[in-house]
Design a binder for this molecule. Structure first.
Ligand SMILES: [Fe+2]
Ligand SMILES: [Fe+2]
Length: 195
């Protein structure tokens, strides 16, 4: 059976990124915490930006779940005695958000697709990393993989329900850009960085 992210992502995480992650677990977890917080913020921003689209019933529970993930990662950091601090953002989300159309309704369409891609990549990274991590972190990441996969579906379903059209023509260039960011060297190691 195909993994859910395989339907929208064009590439897998390169092994060189995994190796880098295993040597930078503290930064990985710190950046992961920020990703969960940003996922919640993005969902809330969409609710705020489009009151007429009735996004609250689906995106508010998603935002709450992301905040719960954020708190869980903070606890892990505490256990590892890694102080929570801000990190310089990587290029990934910034670059994808930069590809979003500035005109409606395409702006909302692209925003939903970028969210779906980021959720799918998070899911794929949790899955890939879980094979290499110690048991408790591996099982935490497997649980997160399941949640982020649901979130990816939720964003794609929202697109379908709101626009009643095939998302593929808009998804394709965004997925290509996403794949380029994953498959090119990156000077800054982050949860969604290149290798
Ligand atoms: Fe999450
Ligand atoms: Fe998520």
């Amino acid at each position: 059976m195909p993994k859910p992210w395989e339907e929208i992502l064009l590439c897998k995480t390169p092994k060189s990124w995994i190796d880098r992650a295993l040597n930078s677990l503290d930064v990985l977890l710190l950046d992961h915490a920020h990703c969960e917080k940003k996922a919640a913020t993005t969902a809330i921003a969409l609710i705020h930006r489009y009151p007429e689209r009735n996004l609250t019933s689906r995106l508010s529970p998603l935002a709450r779940e992301e905040l719960l993930h954020f708190e869980q990662v903070l606890k892990l950091l505490e256990k590892r005695k890694v102080p929570y601090r801000n990190l310089k953002s990587g290029r990934y989300a910034h670059s994808l958000h930069g590809a979003i159309s500035t005109r409606e309704p395409n702006k909302l369409k692209d925003s939903l697709l970028v969210c779906a891609l980021i959720e799918a990549r998070s899911c794929e990274r949790f899955y890939s990393l879980a094979n290499y991590l110690e048991k408790s972190l591996a099982s935490f990441y497997s649980k997160l993989c399941e949640a982020e996969s649901r979130h990816c579906d939720l964003y794609l379903n929202l697109y379908q329900d709101l626009f009643e059209e095939d998302c593929e023509p808009r998804l394709k260039p965004l997925a290509q850009q996403e794949s380029n960011l994953i498959n090119t060297p990156d000077s800054l190691f982050r949860f969604h960085s290149g290798f």
